[in-house]
Write a protein that binds this ligand. Sequence first.
Ligand code: CAA
Length: 384
Amino acid sequence: MNFTLTKDQLHWQSAAHKFAQEVVAPIARKMDEECTMPISIIEKMASLGFLGGSVSKDFGGTGMDSLSLVLTYIELGRACSSVRGFMTVHSSLVMKCIEQSGSQEQKKEFLPRLASAGLIGCYALTEPEAGSDAASIKTRAEKTNGGYILNGEKIWITNANLAHLAIVFAKLPATEGAKPHSSITAFLVDTNSEGFIRTKMPGKELGHRASDHAHITFKNCFVPEGRVLGGENNGFKVAMSALDHGRLGVAAGALGVHQACLDTCVDFVRARKQFGSRIGDFEMVQAVIAEMKTSLEASRLLVYNAAWKKDQGENCTLETSMAKLHATEAAVEAANEAVLLHGGRGYSNKYPVERYLRDIKGLQIYEGTSHIQKIVIARQVIGK
Ligand code: CAA
């Protein structure tokens, strides 16, 4: 692995840092409290070329390499997990999935508009009874004249109330004895279609409060023939390979939250005085900072390594899951310690660390929980 960032990678890192610190960070608390993200943030990410980063210039993207995309996610994650989460779903799950599995017509039709935020995308896999066991989805697709009819329901679909385009996974009638994976098909669904009914997820989430999460019901929702993505009955592989991209984005976002915890703690332990000296002079506090920094750098190596391997054109399912597992677990630990280190202040919304802790718990869960990442890693190492 080459540890030196190229001119292009440094460019994207610095552009994302500037945007995240000047535009996102100042309103991160407000977005969290008001549970909403201004559309102007999304438009700005499009105009800066971030949203199109995951796809090539041929389809209206900015053609970043994977490490540049990771560096962008790290900077966004340092400022706000909801903004980083929006982009990971839109760019790494949806756009990358279309670029990888779509026909030329589908790529030409959707990717330029997704890159410019003319369209917003979401990825609809999870259902009430199918979370970790993605192959057990119940949403049905039936063939009809000129297309398919979808019936079923999806939950926890990020960006779905805003979205114009949804990648929806549904099952065609299975042949007797077939594996549950083999009848899943991915569809590109216009969210304005009749029978596509979306509502905000009920309840208030622990973190990611500025994110949009929806419940979707499909009631005889018609999808035209040309909107199958990646071929009939190939949907499970389409879903899993999209998650290989999305999970790297989540790992990078976790690294960003971890970095934010460290930065905030370093400022705090330098300034806060107790027992006549700054608390950073106490060995127990130094141990926390030392561990936070060491685990951050270990996460960074795993995340950069997965991105580097992806850029070599190699399969990086193993590296991506290791990066997601380590980076999210380490960041949860860092956020937990950050709250403790800040004492009573850490427990208050006047300081950012309580938001980091609430947000980072989501990254441990979505796009495959830590337990699922361990399954993926073990199967890659041992074989299935
Ligand atoms: N790329 C391509 N193909 C893959 C793959 C990958 N990464 N992983 C598995 N496959 C293929 C396998 O090779 C296998 O193919 P064959 O049938 O030809 O052999 C097929 O898919 C089935 O694989 P498994 O037997 O491993 O499948 P499984 O049912 O045991 O499930 C799992 C594996 C890892 C547990 C998987 O179900 C999984 O990742 N679950 C978690 C789901 C998840 O992450 N959900 C998140 C939804 S999105 C979200 O959270 C955020 C949002 O808002 C959008």
